[in-house]
Design a protein around this ligand. Structure first.
Ligand SMILES: Cc1cc2nc3c(=O)[nH]c(=O)nc-3n(C[C@H](O)[C@H](O)[C@H](O)COP(=O)(O)O)c2cc1C
Ligand code: SF4
Length: 691
């Protein structure tokens, strides 16, 4: 039964001509499955509606070829031919009594139009200078004349008609980030001298015209919503109000049917948990409800129902907006409704989902391995097919892969035993979640252990290191090893390959640090891993009171973390903690009290004094148990073991997301007739028109 404290979350809210059945609102977020993957998109969004979200939106949907965001897989509504690809999603959402929303997008100066080859357009021809290669493009935007503005409005109206034809209930005008309607509002990017420039009233004229005219087209068939970035407007002085953001709402607050508030920078509004807290958006959305009678949606990495209730009760928001929590647990609303909030698969804030989008691939999730596989593999976040036999399975290793395999196998009804040499389940998570800002990663373990503990078909054996003979004697039908990986003491050669070096009592890997080895200042870290470990080691060791220098062959520390919206925050954190950073160098010689480093381009060399040296480069599979068992097929057969598989880091060391997925995949496929590697990769194929 639902906790009465959460009742307020299930009140219906009117949005113009439509009504949302509760306050759980999946804000627009892309899934990396654009128009070319309509079935994938429909299955993903439909499951969220099934899980209780009252509003399920598309991601950003381009309304015209002059807003072409290739190579990213954006949604599109450029012509009538694009309508059909949206219909499956709308139908899937409606099937569960939820509202389907669509976020219109015109990127203006931001979009490079790489495919359509049209010049980008903008209010005043001003291009935002970006620092990441993927965002750079060589065409400065054209200054829009009056005809261009008229056209822009018409494109929104054409798209509104198409959206209504597709069946959408909420249609967004998107004035966020560096996109076109936002640039009209922004005094830095709009220095026009006509009625669309100058005063805020003039700069918001385009928004007023868009909202009013879209509303006229939509009539009572759909609500008109606006997604707006407020942070920069809040920092601009206004002559008539507290800030330009306040003035904007005083001028326009009653125009749309709903306001959805976000920030102007992707990495700020979707920061990883390492650098943010739930509710971090309140300074930017907390003032809006005082200036409008229309419902207000806001985000802020809400994963707990208490945080959500607090936002509503304190009059901050009308709808709890969510992207990531709805990805990690599409059934979050229903779990709260049914009084099962302890079963929520809480988002860990790792931003792997965001990283997928940034890389132009379908979104996947660390916590929810079914994300993106709903249509392709038929996976569901809450349901799994029943067992196909009464066989028993031994899972060796209690890290993310082993835990996910155990939970999913047990949910299928199999009798499962999980064994780990440590005294606690969790594997790498137990150690990594102790590092600065990483505590929410513990949710990967906590969720799975708490779910496993509710099942009576799982036996847990801790604190025992199994050898091959033990495994052969235990009498299980199937065995899967998920024994993790170990950081290697290695540096990098000129071909960028890792080279093993001999460890001494002053050379360590992250595994040693996490076990609490003794360090001597100054500590040097050589980091040629792409992801978070190097920066985390630097922070952790600095917090222990050591002088720390991090050396990396790359131009930035943790360069891959650009994808997870973390790279700039990592840089800032290292600066704040006074950690010295040496980029574009690799270690070529290690002496007892120094290292020689070589510049990657100039080959200039220098010596750096050291106490301890920490090497963060590559991990190697802990696969000796698997290899030993696998090398004796005869013994496996004799002991009645029908299958042996190796999964997760002990098979291919990766991020936590890969391990969880490997566990889920194993649980779904180990009993298939076919070897999983011969699976057809199910794709959506476009209809080929005749030439
Ligand atoms: C994978 C992913 C894709 C996103 N795509 C969009 C998008 O297409 N349009 C948009 O307005 N915001 C997008 N966002 C931002 C979210 O709507 C949201 O504002 C942000 O993630 C913060 O909310 P959260 O803390 O609930 O995740 C995206 C977020 C994620 C994680
Ligand atoms: S990938 Fe990480 S941040 Fe994204 S929804 Fe899943 S757990 Fe949350």
């Amino acid at each position: 039964m639902m906790n009465p404290r959460y009742k307020i979350l299930f009140e219906p809210v009117k949005i113009g001509p439509v009504t949302a059945k509760n306050r759980f609102y999946q804000v627009p977020h892309a899934m990396g499955s654009g128009n070319d993957m309509p079935n994938t998109r429909a299955a993903q969004r439909g499951i969220k509606a099934e899980g209780g979200w009252s509003v399920v939106n598309t991601g950003y949907c381009s309304i015209h070829p002059s807003s072409d965001d290739r190579p990213l897989p954006f949604a599109r509504l450029w012509s009538d031919k694009d309508i059909d690809s949206h219909v499956p999603m709308v139908d899937a959402v409606h099937e569960h009594d939820a509202l389907a929303g669509i976020e219109f997008f015109h990127g203006g100066a931001y979009t490079a139009n790489r495919h359509t080859r049209m010049p980008p357009i903008s209010p005043s021809g001003i291009q935002e200078k970006v620092s990441e290669l993927v965002d750079m493009h060589l065409t400065a935007p054209k200054v829009m004349d009056k005809r261009d503005i008229k056209n822009l409005i018409q494109w929104h109206l054409d798209a509104t008609e198409r959206a209504i034809q597709a069946g959408f209930d909420i249609i967004y005008c998107y004035a966020g980030m560096g996109f076109l309607p936002y640039h009209f509002l922004h005094p830095t990017f709009n220095n026009r001298s006509d009625e669309y420039g100058g005063s805020l009233e003039n700069r918001s004229r385009l928004m007023r015209e868009l909202i009013t005219e879209m509303r006229a087209v939509a009539g009572d068939k759909a609500a008109i919503a606006v997604r707006l970035s407020t942070d920069e407007l809040l920092s601009f002085k206004s002559e008539s109000s507290e800030s330009e953001a306040h003035e904007f709402f005083e001028l326009n607050g009653e125009l749309p049917d709903l306001w959805d508030i976000k920030l102007s920078k992707w990495s700020k509004e979707c920061p990883s948990s390492r650098f943010s807290e739930p509710g971090h958006m309140e300074p930017y959305n907390g003032f809006v409800k005082q200036l409008t009678s229309k419902p207000v949606v806001g985000v802020g990495w809400f994963t707990s129902p208490d945080n959500m209730v607090s936002q509503i009760n304190r009059g901050i928001l009308d709808f709890v907006g969510s992207a990531r929590a709805s990805i990690a647990d599409p059934f979050l609303p229903n779990k709260i409704l049914e009084g099962n909030e302890d079963d929520i698969r809480e988002c860990i804030g790792c931003n792997i989902c965001a990283s997928c989008y940034n890389q132009g691939i379908p979104v996947r999730c660390t916590q929810n391995p079914s994300m993106g596989e709903e249509w392709r593999r038929g996976w569901h976040p809450e349901r799994i097919k029943s067992k196909s036999s009464d066989n028993s399975i031994l899972v060796i290793g209690g890290g993310p892969a082993g835990l996910e395999a155990t939970l999913s196998l047990a949910r299928r009804g199999y009798s499962v035993a999980i064994a780990d040499s440590e005294k606690e389940l969790g594997g790498r998570i137990n150690k990594e979640s102790m590092l600065p800002g990483m505590s929410s990663y513990k949710r990967v373990t906590d969720y799975r252990v708490s779910q496993i503990n509710q099942l009576d078909n799982v036996d847990i054996y801790l604190g025992n290191t199994l050898n091959p003979d033990d495994v052969l004697e235990l009498g299980f039908d199937h065995v899967v090893t998920a024994t993790g990986s170990s950081w290697q003491p290695s540096i990098m050669d000129e071909k960028t390959a890792p080279v093993a070096i001999t460890k001494t009592n002053s050379i360590f890997t992250p595994d040693d640090i996490l076990k609490g080895c003794e360090l001597k200042s100054p500590v040097l870290i050589f980091d040629f891993d792409y992801y978070y470990m190097g920066g985390l080691m630097a922070e952790y060791i600095k917090d222990l009171g050591h002088e720390v220098t991090i050396i990396t062959p790359f131009e930035k520390v943790s360069p891959w973390s650009f994808n997870s919206n973390e790279v700039t925050e990592i840089k800032l954190r290292l600066l704040e903690k006074d950690i010295k950073v040496i980029t574009e160098h690799r270690i070529i010689e290690i002496e007892e009290s120094s290292v020689k480093i070589n510049h990657q381009v100039s080959n200039k060399q220098k010596d750096i004094a050291r106490g301890s040296l920490v090497l963060v480069g590559n991990r190697k599979q802990n696969d000796s148990l698997y290899n030993s068992l696998n090398s004796n097929q005869e013994a496996l057969k004799e002991s009645g073991i029908k299958s042996l598989q190796n999964i997760g880091d002990s098979n291919a060391p990766g991020a936590v997301v890969h391990a969880v997925y490997a566990g889920h995949l194993y649980a779904n496929t180990f009993d298939q007739e076919d070897d999983n590697s011969s699976d057809e990769f199910k794709l959506e194929y476009p209809v080929i028109e005749s030439f």
